[in-house]
Write a protein that binds this ligand. Sequence first.
Ligand code: ADP
Length: 207
Amino acid sequence: MTDEDNVDIFSPEELGKISDVLSVSLVNRETNKRTPYVDIELMRGDITQLEVDVVVNAAHDDLTGGGGVDGAIHKASGQKLLGECLNLYGCPQGEARITGAYNMPSKYIIHTVGPVWTPAGSIKEKKERLRNCYRSCLVMAELQGLKSIAFPCISTGAYCFPKDIAAEVAVETIRDFFNLYVNTYLDLVKIVCFDSQNFEEYKKLLF
Ligand code: ADP
């Protein structure tokens, strides 16, 4: 499936409504206390336009670009990104690799490879594979001392993950990360939705 096939996708006018950004502080589910200094922003938008320290790419495992958000990121960054990616010799599913962002306004790109949803097999295992992506990206950003990170809805496009399950995994993994690591460099996590169903699923979970 391509983004063009996705009838639910936001129009350019809707994507431009940055005022629709919703912001929430993380709350530790055990202590019911606010997790210090970390804000989550849910927004509709084109991730390639964001001025954050790092933008996450839902990449193909050969890191050579493709469709969806991967294609948009390579197009916005320019040819030099492909050159750097080729020197990385791919990325296994669930892991993360970091590159420069070149012509994009962010400083870096973290490339991660999501799981493909298939009807067969264990749902628990598929969720764990997606969880690995979010965790690897957060760890990578933290190791680099970065303060802000923007995630697309990994695996919910061509890789066909059900959007409700993917959103649940993303929110849980982000919460667990900041509950475990209290003194993080990261203080802002943006979740960037390109279609209204993803936006609504995250809204239900976060607000
Ligand atoms: P995957 O192969 O991991 O499913 P896709 O790129 O096909 O990756 O889709 C992942 C998500 O990224 C989808 O929800 C898709 O609508 C979204 N997306 C596509 N282009 C952009 C963009 N420019 N900015 C933010 N999200 C995007």
